[in-house]
Design a binder for this molecule. Structure first.
Ligand SMILES: [Zn+2]
Length: 106
């Protein structure tokens, strides 16, 4: 059975849909309409990036960073500063804060 047919059939039975992904609080659940299920199934990362208003790279970077923005400054020895600019923030805010500096480098 095609996924579209399966989704339609389940929808007719009043079965709802959601997708889930990790976040800083543990996990997040996002409800999906039948149409959105099909879009999500085509490209899960692309769907979620669009959902949050960021690029795929930004969406993946948000996860990889542990939902934290690291300072863009360098230490005296030339290493990347390990200071935090922000943590436990949403993807759009995370993307906007890239390149920001901690209070020691501001
Ligand atoms: Zn710093």
């Amino acid at each position: 059975m095609e996924i579209a047919d399966a989704v339609k059939k389940l929808g007719q039975l009043d079965i709802g849909f959601y997708c889930t992904h990790d976040d800083y609080a543990g996990a997040r659940f996002i409800t999906l309409t039948e149409e959105q299920v099909l879009q999500y199934a085509e490209d899960p990362v692309g769907y979620l990036a669009k959902f949050y208003g960021v690029t795929k790279d930004e969406y993946l970077g948000w996860h990889r960073s542990g939902y934290r923005v690291q300072c863009a400054g360098k230490t005296r020895s030339g290493k990347r500063c390990r200071g935090s600019v922000a943590r436990n923030i949403e993807p759009k805010e995370w993307a906007a804060l890239q390149g920001s500096f901690c209070h020691q480098h501001a």
